[in-house]
Design a protein. Structure first.
Length: 323
């Protein structure tokens, strides 16, 4: 049956990005047209309005069944093992990130749905990449399992688009900062944890060194980038590996300083662990002029607003929990 309403499936809907993307797609297309899928149950109460499928992305048959059952047009495949966890489980990380991608690429190739979003990351860059304003096309020699899987994945996306006409689109996300969901297993997680700890305990110990500058972005900008890319006309998409997007950049010390300005009693200390070594291989800022030219991308949230939004939202959450 023909349908004109866009029906989306978010795989990894219990994860940091998935929760927020599900909510935003629900606002745009109607919650009845957005299906969540994850190996974990829905993370939050506000997600109860969505139909939710228990799905292991490594199970191709199960994926195809879900796609057919819900007459899906667009798939957002966010199921992945992030940088820090993948260093602990290299083969598992590779398998989840690669087989998961192949299963969705192949389902798209079979015509089971029309458009695929798959996230890449600043982790495709490595120690030999320029540190500042990294261009769209540059040296990519990642040294982490996660980075290797994202780089290979980008190339597979471009291959499936070129050889089989699969409409797959991708963004290299920087570290993402939001208050509705928790990150899990990433090197940039400190920039979310710090806000929760500031409100709950008034202090935080950073696992990255005080001067470790990384590219970051407020979650709302990242979700908007994702939706804008997916809505862009096909002929505007000149990059079929993955687009650079830039938001803000700061060090743990600079972020702590911003928090101190609003909470003078806040205390920061530093105890860098293995994630510092991962972070050292990544750049500090990104040139996103290709995304700007192709589909008018522009980040809106600066560090000041980001800190205001995060502290206010988490404080509110705490107060609600206490009443
Ligand atoms: N935020 C991710 C990580 O730290 C990078 O894509 O692993």
């Amino acid at each position: 049956m023909q349908h004109t309403i866009e029906r989306s499936l978010v795989i990894g809907a219990s994860g940091q990005i998935g929760v927020e993307l599900l909510l935003e797609l629900g606002r745009i297309h109607g919650t009845e047209n957005v299906i969540g899928a994850d190996i974990r149950p829905p993370a939050q109460k506000e997600l109860e309005v969505f139909t939710f499928e228990h799905l292991n992305i490594l199970n191709e048959d199960q994926l195809e069944e879900v796609l057919r059952k819900h007459n899906i047009d667009t798939v957002y495949n966010l199921a992945a093992m992030l940088s820090a966890t993948a260093e602990k489980y290299p083969e598992k990380g590779w398998d989840l990130n690669m087989t998961g991608l192949f299963n969705t690429l192949n389902a798209a190739k079979k015509g089971l749905f029309k458009k695929l979003f798959w996230p890449s990351s600043i982790a495709v860059f490595g120690p030999t990449t320029p540190k500042e304003n990294v261009p769209q096309s540059t040296i990519t020699e990642p040294t982490t399992v996660y980075g290797i899987s994202k780089l290979a994945g980008e190339q597979w996306c471009a291959y499936y688009q070129k050889q089989y006409g699969v409409d797959v689109r991708s963004i290299r996300y920087p570290g993402l900062i939001g208050h509705r969901s928790e990150p899990g297993g990433g090197t940039t997680d400190y920039a979310v944890d710090i806000f929760f700890k500031a409100i709950q305990e008034g202090k935080y110990t950073s696992f990255l060194a005080e001067d470790m500058r990384l590219p970051m972005m407020y979650m709302e900008d990242a979700i908007r980038a994702t939706i804008e890319l997916m809505q862009a006309d096909t002929e505007k998409i000149s990059v079929r590996t993955s687009y650079n997007i830039n938001g803000v950049d700061f060090t743990p010390a600079e972020l702590a300083e911003q928090i101190c300005q609003r909470m003078p009693e806040f205390e920061i200390s530093y105890d860098p662990d293995f994630r510092q070594q991962i972070a050292e291989t990544w750049p500090s800022s990104i040139d996103d002029s290709q995304a700007a030219n192709d589909w008018n991308w522009r980040a809106k949230t600066d560090v000041n607003s980001l800190v205001d939004i995060m502290l206010t939202a988490i404080q509110k959450k705490k107060e609600l929990a206490e009443t």
